[in-house]
Design a protein around this ligand. Structure first.
Ligand SMILES: *[C@@H]1O[C@H](CO)[C@@H](O)[C@H](O)[C@H]1NC(C)=O
Ligand SMILES: *[C@@H]1O[C@H](CO)[C@@H](O)[C@H](O)[C@H]1NC(C)=O
Ligand SMILES: *[C@@H]1O[C@H](CO)[C@@H](O)[C@H](O)[C@H]1NC(C)=O
Ligand SMILES: *[C@@H]1O[C@H](CO)[C@@H](O)[C@H](O)[C@H]1NC(C)=O
Ligand SMILES: *[C@@H]1O[C@H](CO)[C@@H](O)[C@H](O)[C@H]1NC(C)=O
Length: 456
């Protein structure tokens, strides 16, 4: 629906369209790409796993929902961990049960009193090779091979030089020392999937150069991975929890994709790790894009699952997360952010009519204001918006979707480490194995972090 490059005459367009319609079916299926993603999700380094349940011996009572079709999230009772070997003993259709949320949100509202009249998420990308990138790829010892595009052969470096310019104001100028001062004595924790992990690596790379090598450390890759800066007594952490609630995909190295099982009513295991953070940055999106998902409710003793589509399951999971936020977060003590969906660029026809590729070989951002592609699901956005608005003062939204939508040039495509050997037929057709989901660093996630800095 949006094409900014339309020099074609209508006739060619029609032919191209028809040609396209014929080819549609065989264009590399979304599934293959997602699968690729999941494979790559699963391989950071080999790390140990520290996803144990933290028992809470004080309260072992599970509140019953007042109505049969509403379930109060389980915040107390520890139970068997869902691991990747877990299977459903049986599967039936979705019962319709929903998450009963803690509605009694006290009115704090200090953080939200927004002195900010400007919508920093509405703006445009400006080429600025004088100030960007904010760090060099090769100077960051914590860079991931999945995101180091220059190292893996990308020679057009334009993607590193773009600055986000809001329409009605300027972003606070990024300042490493000032950011460290904000983090002094604090734990900043990113919680989510590999997109969120990319933002975490970006943050570490943005900040690490300030700390002498012997005054900083990185723990081995695990369920919770911690970058520590001694002099500031501060940490920047990443917690792998791609579905937010407990699931059989919570192992940061070996995930399950074929049968995803979640506990729709429990964030207990993850929350025991994230509850101590001072600043929390959550995301979740891509893992729900491919349904269905199996639900194993906490009160189910027999391993009997229900099955629900991804969108519905995400709504339940976010409900359980929101219940935790509204019952546990004191906004005077904790800042909570939610990062909206990170767009994918899997279909170049969406920005260039008649083309049949994806983000591969894209070198410039889209300059069509308001461009929105199929990689950003609108129903998901309204689910997120509804849930966040019910949490009003407690969560700030990092609405990165629109600004990232413009950045079809920002993905690694073929310029990253692939963990599986590439087959000849893939190599001869680069778009077929391009990663159009994650983001090169330095790049787009640095801007997400500048926005975080701006709002902090
Ligand atoms: C920045 O970009 C301009 C225009 O493309 C180019 O002329 C200039 O040499 C670049 N400067 C640097 C420092 O790369
Ligand atoms: C990146 O490296 C180049 C050349 O080595 C240097 O001129 C530039 O200042 C570095 N940029 C940053 C942000 O460190
Ligand atoms: C370091 O920060 C932690 C909180 O993250 C705090 O509990 C501890 O007291 C701090 N230590 C020092 C020496 O300031
Ligand atoms: C499935 O059934 C077996 C045998 O009845 C039981 O031991 C197991 O715990 C059940 N699985 C789950 C996930 O509850
Ligand atoms: C994010 O911004 C888009 C516009 O770019 C808007 O449609 C959407 O509702 C916003 N989402 C949230 C959760 O605020």
């Amino acid at each position: 629906m949006q094409n900014q490059k339309t020099p074609n005459n209508p006739l060619t367009q029609t032919t191209q369209k028809m040609k396209w319609n014929k080819k549609k079916v065989q264009i590399f299926p979304f599934l293959v790409i997602l699968l690729l993603v999941f494979i790559t999700f699963s391989t950071f380094h080999n790390g140990s796993i520290i996803g144990q349940i933290h028992e809470n011996p004080n309260h072992i009572h599970h509140q019953q929902a007042s109505s049969a079709s509403y379930v109060k999230p389980n915040l107390k009772k520890s139970q068997e961990v869902l691991d990747r070997h877990c299977r459903c003993n049986s599967t039936r259709g979705y019962s319709g049960r929903k998450i009963a949320r803690d509605g009694g949100s006290k009115s704090y509202g200090r953080w939200r009193v927004s002195s900010e009249k400007c919508d920093v998420f509405s703006g445009k990308w400006v080429f600025d090779n004088a100030s960007y990138p904010l760090y060099n790829e090769s100077d960051c010892p914590y860079m991931s091979d999945q995101l180091a595009c220059h190292k893996h052969g990308r020679n057009d470096l334009g993607y590193q030089h773009w600055r986000w310019q809001p329409h009605d104001c300027n972003l606070k100028r990024w300042n490493v020392k000032e950011m460290w001062e904000k983090l002094r004595g604090k734990r900043l924790m990113f919680v989510g999937d590999s997109l969120n992990r990319g933002q975490w690596i970006s943050m570490v790379c943005l900040l690490q150069s300030e700390i002498p090598a012997d005054r900083r450390s990185m723990s081995p890759n695990a369920h919770l991975t911690i970058f520590r800066a001694e002099d500031y007594n501060a940490t920047i952490e990443f917690l792998w929890a791609p579905l937010l609630v407990e699931s059989n995909s919570d192992d940061p190295v070996n995930h399950r994709l074929d049968e995803r099982i979640i506990r729709p009513d429990s964030v207990l295991k993850h929350a025991s790790l994230w509850e101590h953070a001072d600043i929390l940055v959550f995301n979740t999106y891509l893992w729900w894009r491919q349904g269905p998902v199996k639900l194993l409710w906490s009160d189910d003793e027999n391993g009997a699952c229900e099955e629900l589509d991804g969108q519905g399951a995400m709504e339940l999971a976010m409900g359980a997360w929101a219940d935790w936020v509204s019952s546990k977060v004191d906004p005077l003590k904790k800042r909570v952010f939610f990062v909206t969906m990170s767009p994918t660029h899997l279909w170049s026809r969406e920005w260039k009519r008649g083309s049949e590729g994806n983000c591969y070989s894209e070198k410039d951002p889209i300059d069509f204001e308001g461009y929105w592609g199929s990689g950003s699901d609108l129903p998901t956005m309204s689910t997120v918006e509804n849930i966040l608005s019910s949490l009003n003062s407690k969560v700030s939204v990092l609405n990165v979707t629109q600004l990232s939508e413009y950045r079809k040039d920002g993905h690694p495509s073929i310029f990253r480490k692939f963990w599986e050997p590439l087959r000849p037929e893939q190599l001869s057709n680069p778009p077929s194995y391009s990663d159009c989901i994650h983001w090169c660093l330095p790049g787009v996630p640095d801007t997400w972090n500048e926005l975080l800095f701006h709002l902090l």
